[in-house]
Every structure is written in structure tokens, then in C-alpha cells.
Design a protein around this ligand. Structure first.
Ligand code: NDP
Length: 433
């Protein structure tokens, strides 16, 4: 804490992981201590921080802060998204880069961990302003990334439009047409099923966890927070499995539709015109919109937090459990606070943490990199089948690690242990670097 002052999200993520790794650390204490493994594991290899000046539509110069955290490259080139949101700061990007390292390890693909972004707020900006920002951001970032060194992708506030502008500027500056970013448009190297991957993957691993525990998704009532990329495709796949999603949200409030969310309405609002979730009731007057937090007070069987970090606190967890919720899978990164996570684990709620549950996005980004290197495009079905296998494997790894260390059913510990083991093996093999 003294070495990283003022970084509460980073402390939260590291503490949670180290607490659940205690069993592994105790069993290997001598080996890890000598090699300084933990000290090296929690320190990013490099952080680049830079200014991003751009000109707004009124002709005024705006300046944002840009970052890239290159956290760990033991098992592959850095890989992780770029986030554009006013809340972005170094603490948040370090927590995300740290989590990403473990997540990427769980996918079984050769990807190290990284994360980046800016406190730029794309909301309310014109296309030209977003392009101006992205071009300025890439004008510094390009020198730190490359297809074999660091491959950024989308995250909150960075979708196909932003990835397109970033890729265009990278190509213009370097003259290289290479898979330096993932989440690209389909006409310039993007992968089919990448848009759906995080949400679909979340439901694949949820389904695996449920069937492993004698339950199924069909007929269950589900809450999905957020209404962005992850939330929309988690809802789509959950509905395909026969579940009934009754609520979605955004940072202003949530809609409750007891008849089941009509996803075409949400897609039209969110993907079609970047609108607000409250507009849902204009199309579906029988649904109810409530301003502010509160989505977790709706009775459900399964909760899927898919918006942002720390959106589900201890009171929310208590309300969910009291209302009969028996499974939670995290589409977002660290959406549950530490206290909420501990309660879910203690009460034996089937709980799949974000680093395992939402790994489908980065896994499919890894598949996009493979296709770019091979100069091939796989079909939607081919990518989706690989994604499904990867998610089933992640469940098996988390389940197996939990069993090996005597905490069966604790997928928080299982995912942390399984992700950690591979990275640490590689770090030990590569010496003091
Ligand atoms: P989007 O920007 O597409 O959507 C984010 C959603 O969350 C929006 O509905 C947004 O509402 C809401 N939201 C954002 N910030 C807040 C906040 N502070 N309070 C309440 N609601 C908020 O992002 P994604 O769907 O891509 O990402 C969602 C989460 O999933 C993030 O934690 C991300 O890191 C994680 N993730 C994403 C992956 C991907 O492939 N996209 C991969 C793995 C993890 P509003 O429109 O009002 O801002």
C-alpha cells in the first residue's frame, strides 16, 4: 500500500487475489520467496502515461490523460482493452491489467496482461471529436504497441468505431497493416463472433457451472446490469438457452420488464442510436423504469453484473440472496465488492468471478490475432465453437484447482490459483527479469 498510494481499486484486486492464493503460496513458500515471485507478480512491468491533446467542435483544445499499463508478459505479448471513461485513472488501469494477466492465462492462449485508456468521455461527443481524440491517443501509443509486443482491444467506451479510428491512425503512422488491435471491423481483419464473445462466453461458462451443480438455465429469471456490449450479448445467449431476462440498466437507472426484456428494442436504443435505457418504456409501456441503482432488489434466480467495477455491494448481495438468487456470474470486471464476493462464497452461491466468466472476449481476441497471423477468416460457427470449448475448459481449470486445494466449489479461489500457476511457472523459468 505504501508503495502504491491512492490506488484503492488496485489494492482491492491484489488483496483479493493474494488472499485466495494463500494456500498455493504457503505450499511453495521457499521457492516463491527466494525468487521474489509475489513482489514481481504485483508490479506492472511498465506504465506509459501521456497527454492527449485534441480539438473539439468549437475549436477549443482539450487535453486528456492517456495510459497503457503493460502488466505481465511472462506467457505472451501484452493483451488487454482500452477504456474511455471519465473515471479512468492509474489505479483502475492497474487493477484491470493485474486481473487481465490472470484472465488471459486462464484462456490457455499465449497472451500476457495489459490495459490502457483515458479519462476522455465519448458520451455526447461528435464522431469527428471521437476521431480527433483517437488519432491523438494513437499518435503516442503506437510506439509502445505492435502485433508481437502489445495488442490492445476495446473495453468500456471503446467499440468498433473507436477501434477503427485507432487502427487507421496506427497504419498511417507506421505503414504496417498488422493485427495490432483486436475488435476490428470485419472488413479490416476483425473476427466474426468477437462482438458477441464476452456475453456469449459468460453464458457458456454459467451453463457449465449450473449443469455441473445439477441445475439449468432454462426457465430461470435473470437480471443483467448494464446495456452495453457484454450485457446485450449475455442477454441474447441467456434467452437462447430459455432463460427469462427481466431487467437491464445503464448508469442512470434500470428497466424492469416482467414479460422478459425485448432485446431488439434495447439493441435499437443502445447500438442503433447510443440512447438511454429509460427509452425502453417508450417502446414497451408495460415495463417500468426506475432512476438510480436498485436493479439487484428485483427477485431473480441468477444475477449477471455486466456494467462496471463495484456495482454490486454487500447490501445488494444480501438482497439477492434473500430473494432466492442462487447463481452469480460476473460479465464485468470486479463488479462485486470484496464484501459481496465473500458473502456469495460463504453462502455457497454458485459464483463465477469476472476473470473466468468474462474471459471469452479476450479469448476471441486471441483467435482474431491467430486469424490475422494466418491471413484467414474463420466462420462464425468455427469461432463460436472454439469460444465454447475455451469457456468449458476455463470452468474445468477453476473447478480442478479449487478441488486440488481443498476448497471445492469456490471458483474465486480456483480461478485465481489456476491463472496464477501458469504465469508463475513461466516467470520462474525465465529467471529474474
Ligand atoms: P460498454 O461501454 O459497451 O457498456 C458498459 C455498460 O455499463 C453501459 O450500459 C454503461 O452505462 C454501464 N456503465 C458504465 N460505467 C458505469 C458506471 N460507473 N455505473 C453504472 N453503469 C455503468 O462496455 P462493455 O459492455 O464492453 O463492458 C462492461 C464491463 O465488461 C466492463 O467492466 C468491462 O471491463 C468488462 N469486459 C468487457 C469485455 C468486452 O469484450 N467488451 C471483455 C471483458 C470484460 P452508460 O451507457 O450509462 O455509461
Amino acid at each position: 500500500v505504501a508503495q502504491n498510494p491512492g490506488e484503492p481499486e488496485f489494492h482491492q484486486a491484489v488483496k483479493e487475489v493474494l488472499d485466495s492464493l494463500k494456500l498455493v503460496i504457503d505450499a511453495n513458500e521457499e521457492k516463491y520467496r527466494k525468487a521474489g515471485i509475489l513482489e514481481r507478480f504485483v508490479e506492472p512491468e511498465r506504465i506509459v502515461s501521456f497527454k492527449v491533446p485534441w480539438v473539439d467542435d468549437k475549436g477549443n483544445v482539450q487535453v486528456n490523460k492517456g495510459y497503457r499499463v503493460q502488466f505481465n508478459s511472462a506467457i505472451g505479448p501484452y493483451k488487454g482493452g482500452l477504456r474511455l471513461h471519465p473515471s479512468v485513472n492509474q489505479s483502475i488501469l492497474k487493477f484491470l491489467g493485474f486481473e487481465q494477466t490472470l484472465k488471459n492465462s486462464l484462456t490457455g492462449l499465449p497472451m500476457g496482461g495489459g490495459k490502457g485508456g483515458s479519462n476522455f468521455d465519448p458520451k455526447g461527443k461528435s464522431d469527428r471529436e471521437v476521431m480527433a481524440f483517437c488519432q491523438s491517443f494513437m499518435t503516442e501509443l503506437y510506439r509502445h504497441i505492435g502485433k508481437d509486443t502489445d495488442v490492445p482491444a476495446g473495453d468500456i467506451g471503446v467499440g468498433a468505431r473507436e477501434v477503427g479510428y485507432l487502427f487507421g491512425q496506427y497504419k498511417r503512422i507506421t505503414g504496417l497493416y498488422e493485427g495490432v488491435l483486436t475488435g476490428k471491423g470485419l472488413t479490416f481483419g476483425g473476427s466474426l463472433a468477437r462482438t458477441q464473445a464476452t456475453g456469449y462466453g459468460l453464458i457458456y461458462i454459467l451453463n457449465e457451472m449450473l449443469s455441473h451443480n445439477g441445475k439449468e438455465l432454462a426457465g430461470k429469471t435473470v437480471l443483467v446490469s448494464g446495456s452495453g456490449n457484454v450485457a446485450i450479448y449475455a442477454t441474447e445467449k441467456a434467452q437462447q438457452y430459455g432463460a427469462k431476462v427481466v431487467a437491464m440498466s445503464d448508469s442512470n437507472g434500470y428497466v424492469y420488464d416482467p414479460d422478459g426484456i425485448k432485446l431488439d428494442v434495447v439493441k435499437e436504443i443502445k447500438e442503433g442510436r447510443r440512447g438511454r435505457i429509460k427509452e425502453y418504456v417508450d417502446a414497451v409501456p408495460t415495463a417500468k423504469y426506475t432512476e438510480g441503482k436498485g436493479i439487484w432488489t428485483i427477485p431473480c434466480d441468477i444475477a449477471l453484473p455486466c456494467a462496471t467495477q463495484n456495482e454490486l455491494n454487500l447490501d445488494d448481495a444480501k438482497a439477492l440472496i434473500a430473494n432466492g438468487c442462487f447463481a452469480v456470474a460476473e460479465g464485468a470486471n470486479m463488479p462485486s465488492t470484496r464484501e459481496a464476493t465473500d458473502l456469495f462464497v460463504e453462502k455457497k452461491i454458485l459464483f463465477m468471478p469476472g476473470k473466468a466468466a468474462n474471459a471469452g472476449g479476450v479469448a476471441t481476441s486471441g483467435l482474431e490475432q491467430s486469424q490475422n497471423s494466418l491471413r484467414l477468416s474463420w466462420t462464425f460457427e468455427e469461432v463460436d465453437a472454439k469460444l465454447h470449448d475455451i469457456m468449458v475448459n476455463i470452468f474445468a481449470k477453476a473447478d480442478d484447482a479449487a478441488k486440488r486445494y481443498g476448497v471445492e466449489g469456490n471458483y474465486v479461489a480456483g480461478a485465481n490459483i489456476a491463472g496464477f500457476e501458469k504465469v508463475v511457472d513461466a516467470m520462474l523459468a525465465q529467471g529474474i527479469v
